[in-house]
Design a protein around this ligand. Structure first.
Ligand SMILES: [Zn+2]
Length: 121
């Protein structure tokens, strides 16, 4: 049996999950599914300005993994922008980051933030 992939660490769940061209009926458009970890690479690299090495460290995966899913994610974004496909953000093998996360700590989140309340450890 193949080993299940290592979960990718993310800081928070995406705020928005569906994107597409305005003024066109959704059911007339192609749909592209983007996993949450794919979106996270775009967030860390394009939005936050991390390099692939730093993004890999942040997500607790190998740099080659980040490189691979980042390329897939970029391809999907371009298909949505050019072809007007609806981008649906869902799924993916992810876990929320730990208390020692530098990004969350830097934002002053950490303990006391709402989503930590349900954690057992
Ligand atoms: Zn974090």
């Amino acid at each position: 049996m193949p080993r299940p992939p290592k979960p990718r660490s993310i800081c928070e769940m995406p705020k928005y999950s569906v994107f597409g061209p305005k003024g066109v009926y959704m059911n007339k458009l192609n749909k592209i599914e983007m996993s949450i970890d794919e979106l996270e690479t775009i967030k860390l690299i394009d939005y936050s300005g991390l390099n692939q090495e730093e993004a890999a460290k942040q997500m607790h995966v190998a740099r080659t993994t980040v490189q691979r899913i980042y390329e897939i994610a970029r391809k999907k974004v371009s298909q949505s922008l050019i072809d007007g496909a609806v981008l649906v953000i869902e799924g993916g093998h992810v876990v929320l980051c730990d208390e020692d996360c530098e990004i969350c700590f830097g934002r002053g989140k950490g303990l006391g933030h709402g989503r930590r309340a349900n954690r057992k450890d």
